[in-house]
Design a protein around this ligand. Structure first.
Ligand SMILES: [Zn+2]
Length: 559
């Protein structure tokens, strides 16, 4: 990005906002106390979609303190540039880049038309903004993402992609492939393969490609020297410094369902452990993002047993990360949800809930402990068996949830059979004291947990999600503004005689004999292909093609 333009835009907006500002909400952030401490390794961990209530529930469910109990340092404001209740894309962008953006945007600045009154963007609308993962990469560190969703889902892509829509997983996957991540573990194999091709697993599953651009990114990864693995056994055995592990076509199965539905998938803790093993082979350190993606799915689904087991699986991964951090003085582990989902509460409006003064641990926990599947998983079994009578429903709930339904209850549940959310609400309201307030996200502040070898961390108190990357960048000695200048040059302004063409693989920037395909890290000159750090990005709303400075140098013959 052009520094002068960046600066002028900031001054203009600050002037506007000072003259028109009536808000008294402080923007915590750049004035957080600085730290002298520098870290070689940074581990960012996100239990997607939860708040403090799940920490309480998880502790009671486990019957012991959880790993996170020892790490609480503060709370985090989560709003996006245009909404008090954020979505995951804007949240991820905020804590990956230090910039608030519009809900749905990944790694680009917010649109101007609907900003919250106290949000003051520092970058022109829709311009790509650098992430701490990209900064870590340019600093020579290794980088990795470990998730239980698909790899191009909101949180991981917020660190490694730039798109004005989170709902373009094939484009986002292409950028993530070309970002040269050292480790990518999760689900989403379908986004690597073109339509018409599929990946066959050793145990006979077939994952069908969804890419409409005809590109086979699995071949690309192999050409780039990656090992590609797809099962827990392969994860245990894999050697090498660059590994993509995609353990399902789409999302991984919920932790509670794994043994029954897909035992070849690894747990989040197992993936985290292996990722650390690979990333620590780089003496310059690493940045790793770990997400317990499905805590959020469980909150959307109003499924308390699913949510608490996903959160505990995440907490186990936290244990792995903190155990590693304790072996050295160079690692900080920063943990926070991106937002709350579902508005889980301990206490509801059921008859049991109204007698809250006598709530025993058994009242709260026993119904959840009885569940051996998610409600979605239980209903999948019902579909498979074509369950259609109240007797069959009673049998299924007795078998999987150890619940004794009455005839009336079984009839109610049958009505919801194709609607897991309805079944889940019914179960929560009638058999538990768990309450829910929304099928979407909620706008509350979320907890902040930090492990550092030092007594003090500036990441404490009530901070903004944008404070996190700004401070982590300082701790890694990274200048995010310089990274932005290095990675996102407005290509048409540098090469005025250029044009943007398009073929079935997507848009192509052309100048002279050079071609740069979108979402990739390569410059083509006839048969000669030069790889660079950073990827090309096209933003249709502003009709601009951004390329790393290194690509400019290739075209100008300086590299
Ligand atoms: Zn989320």
């Amino acid at each position: 990005m052009n520094v002068n333009r960046f600066y002028l835009f900031t001054v203009l907006l600050l002037t506007l906002s000072i003259s028109g500002c009536t808000s008294h909400i402080t923007i915590t952030g750049k004035n957080l106390e600085n730290t002298e401490k520098k870290y070689k390794n940074v581990i960012v961990m996100v239990p997607d979609g939860c708040s403090m209530s799940i920490q309480t529930l998880a502790r009671l469910y486990k019957g012991a303190d959880i790993n996170l109990d020892k790490l609480l340092t503060g709370s985090v404001r989560t709003y996006s540039a245009n909404s008090v209740i954020t979505d995951s894309a804007a949240a991820a962008t905020a804590f990956a880049t230090g910039h608030k953006t519009t809900s749905g945007f990944i790694g680009v600045a917010p649109r101007a038309k609907d900003l919250l009154p106290w949000v003051t963007p520092e970058v022109p609308p829709y311009y790509p903004i650098p992430t701490i993962l990209e900064g870590a990469k340019l600093s020579g560190r290794s980088t990795g993402v470990v998730v239980t969703s698909t790899i191009p889902h909101a949180t991981p892509s917020g660190f490694a992609a730039h798109s004005s829509s989170r709902f373009m997983p094939d484009d986002i996957m292409e950028q993530m492939v070309h970002q040269n991540l050292d480790v990518a573990f999760g689900g989403g194999m379908v986004h690597l393969l073109p339509e018409g091709e599929s990946f066959k697993t050793d145990d006979g599953k077939s994952w069908k490609g969804t890419r409409k651009d005809t590109e086979n990114l699995m071949n690309t990864l192999k050409e780039m020297g990656y090992s590609i693995i797809s099962s827990k056994d392969e994860l245990a055995e894999v050697k090498g410094k660059k590994v993509w592990g995609l353990f399902n076509g789409t999302d991984l199965v919920p932790d509670i369902d794994r043994d029954e539905l897909n035992p070849t998938q690894p747990s989040l803790a197992e993936m985290t452990k292996k990722a650390i093993e690979i990333l620590t082979t780089n003496e310059k350190g690493f940045l790793m993002v770990v997400e317990g993606s499905q805590v959020d799915y469980a909150g959307h689904a109003h499924d308390p047993a699913y949510m608490v087991t996903e959160f505990l699986a995440f907490d186990e991964a936290v244990g792995v990360a903190v155990d590693f951090a304790k072996t050295n003085n160079d690692t900080i582990v920063v943990i926070f949800p991106d937002h709350d989902t579902g508005g889980l509460s301990i206490g509801n409006n059921s008859e049991m809930g109204r007698k809250y003064g006598n709530t025993t641990v058994d009242t709260l926990i026993t119904p959840l402990k009885k569940a051996t599947t998610t409600i979605q998983g239980l209903l999948e079994l019902a579909y498979q068996d074509n369950t259609s009578t109240t007797e069959e429903i009673k049998g299924l709930f007795k078998d999987k949830w150890n619940l004794d339904l009455t005839e009336v209850q079984a009839e109610e549940i049958l009505k919801f059979k194709k609607f897991p959310y309805g079944v889940a609400d019914y179960i929560s309201n009638n058999f538990t004291v768990i309450g829910w307030t929304t099928g979407g996200h909620s706008g509350v502040d979320v907890p902040l947990w930090v492990y550092t070898p030092y007594d003090y961390t500036p990441l404490r108190g009530n901070i903004n999600n944008t404070d996190i990357p700004i401070n982590l960048a300082k701790m890694m000695d990274i200048d995010l503004r310089m990274i932005g200048d290095e990675l996102f040059v407005d290509a048409q302004s540098v090469f005025p005689d250029s044009k943007i063409t398009e073929d079935k693989t997507g848009r192509i920037f052309e100048t002279g004999k050079f071609k740069i395909p979108v979402n990739k890290n390569i410059v083509m000159n006839g048969d000669k292909i030069t790889s660079t750090k950073g990827v090309s990005v096209f933003i249709s709303e502003i009709n601009k093609f951004f390329i790393p400075k290194e690509m400019v140098r290739v075209i100008e013959g300086k590299k």
